[in-house]
Design a protein around this ligand. Structure first.
Ligand SMILES: Cc1ncc(COP(=O)(O)O)c(C=O)c1O
Length: 471
């Protein structure tokens, strides 16, 4: 008996048969819709791992009718939180994306550092489909195997002893904030007021919910929503001298830091800075939290960005690439932190669902292979080198920096015109920092040939910075 019929086990047999007929009719209609959709758009079947061919090159042809319709409808029915690029994407395969008119784009955005295995990786698709056929969600009222398996794998390949799942990066940081507060209360039971404050840094980005937003440095994200969570002090990223006095026993609950800042402009911490933070937190009884939502899971060529420094946190937050495009977040903690957390202290309906965890198991298994990580490092060095060769001599380029496959090109002008010009030539890239940094975060499976193609489009697009008085 199919699972759809089991849910109505109290119904009579004839009711069940009627229900089955309805269900089958509905399924047939859905299948007809998929066929209709695929007939109109040959590229849409790319997720079925059929070799796809679509017209190369983009933008210059102008927006098609279908794109315009979607964009106009979005403007009428959705809350205007996103200043989207004028691009309606329909399918993807590997490092390529296809818009609704069938134009092909080389994707160096990975859905903002999410699609580490590219689009529609066959193993990932199999993990999702297999699990969807068995069990998608049960809530955390019950145990489920993929969640426990994923936790075992995360513990085995990190500093951590235990895992808590969330649905996003910002939620992972919210959980870390609560865990830090609870840890201070638990470990200082006699203190009239345990440490409740936090340290964060310039150019930091930790998310947009109220707690994570309070730790995020960008003024324009924060000010419309004040008052935020009190007790957060921002210090200069990398400045040991400024930080020394401010991590204080009885006051500082935790220090939140990205070992490599993504949204902030692709800035790497130094070993000295992270070592100092570790020692200062230990001296003050504060927790050290590494936010590896963007830089973690192989992006820098190490499984965890902090491994390169041999400095280890008490808590690490993860999200973006972990489930290869499905929503997930995770908080990895030491036993010391976990022992402060009791039943009911935190929770989530969706977090750690069977479907996302099974997808994440596949992602983690593929990314954590030493040969995979070595290939990320090698391709990262190669990409930085060819970018330096092609763009280094341009007067608008101030610096090309980053580690592995998270690379920033800092310009002396806003990067948006360059981003638009690249998109018009079939290359998708992001901005970062104060809008003056081009952020390159391709799928980690990208080939050297695709990196060459990207560098060439970037080079050919640079002239736009000299047009329309942009310099
Ligand atoms: C370092 C870092 N932390 C947290 C977040 C928030 O993650 P999410 O958008 O999944 O809430 C981001 C998102 O870009 C991030 O880069």
């Amino acid at each position: 008996m199919s699972s759809s019929l089991q849910i109505c086990s109290n119904a009579t047999i004839s009711q069940s048969l009627n229900l089955r007929r309805l269900f089958d009719r509905d399924r047939e209609e859905r299948q007809r819709q998929v066929v209709r959709f695929n007939c109109r758009k040959p590229f849409a079947i790319s997720c079925l791992n059929v070799d796809v061919k679509a017209p190369v090159g983009a933008g210059k042809i102008g927006l098609g009718r279908e794109s315009k319709e979607v964009m106009e409808a979005e403007g009428k029915v959705m809350v205007g939180t996103y200043a989207r690029a004028p691009l309606v994407l329909a399918s993807g395969k590997g490092c390529k994306l296809y818009d609704v008119e069938g134009r092909e784009y080389l994707d160096l955005t990975s859905g903002i550092a999410v699609n580490a295995l590219g689009h529609c990786d066959p193993d990932w698709v199999k993990a999702v489909v297999d699990q969807a056929n068995v069990l998608t969600h049960v809530s955390n009222v019950y145990y489920s195997i993929p969640q426990v398996e994923l936790s075992k794998r995360l513990v085995a390949c990190s500093f951590a002893d235990r895992v808590f799942f969330t649905n996003s990066g910002t939620e992972a940081n919210e959980a870390a904030i609560k865990f830090a507060r609870k840890y201070q209360r638990f470990s200082n039971p006699d203190a009239a007021q345990p440490a409740t404050e936090f340290i964060s840094f310039s150019n930091s980005f930790h998310g947009r919910t109220m707690g994570a937003l309070a730790l995020t440095s960008k003024e324009q994200y924060r000010s419309p929503f004040e008052p935020l969570m009190p007790g957060v002090t921002f210090l200069e990223y990398g400045n040991i001298h400024a930080t020394r006095e401010l991590i204080q026993r009885g006051k500082t609950a935790a220090v939140f830091v990205e070992p490599l800042q993504g949204e902030g402009g692709i800035y790497s911490a130094t070993k000295e800075f992270l070592e100092f933070l570790r020692a200062a937190c230990d001296d003050a009884g504060a927790l050290l939290v590494f936010d590896e939502v963007q830089c973690g899971l192989g992006r820098t060529g190490c499984l965890w960005a902090h491994e390169a420094y041999s400095v280890f946190p008490d808590i690490m937050t993860l999200a973006k690439p972990l489930a290869g495009g499905l929503p997930i977040g995770a908080v990895l903690v030491t036993e010391k932190v976990a022992s402060a957390i009791n039943y009911g202290d935190h929770g989530s309906t969706f977090a750690g669902g069977s479907l996302v965890c099974n997808a994440a198991l596949t992602v983690l298994e593929k990314i954590s292979k030493p040969a995979f990580l070595a290939s990320v490092s090698k391709k990262g060095l190669y990409f930085k080198e060819i970018l330096k060769q092609r763009l280094g001599g341009n007067s608008h380029v101030k610096e090309i920096r980053g580690q592995g496959l998270i690379i920033g090109i800092e310009l002396d002008v806003p990067a948006s015109q360059l981003v638009d010009a690249c998109r018009n030539s079939g290359l998708l890239v992001l901005t970062a920092g104060k809008g003056n940094v081009v952020r390159l975060v391709p799928p980690l499976i990208i080939t050297e040939q695709e990196l060459d193609d990207a560098a060439e489009i970037l080079q050919n697009s640079m002239s736009v910075l000299d047009e329309n008085g942009s310099n």
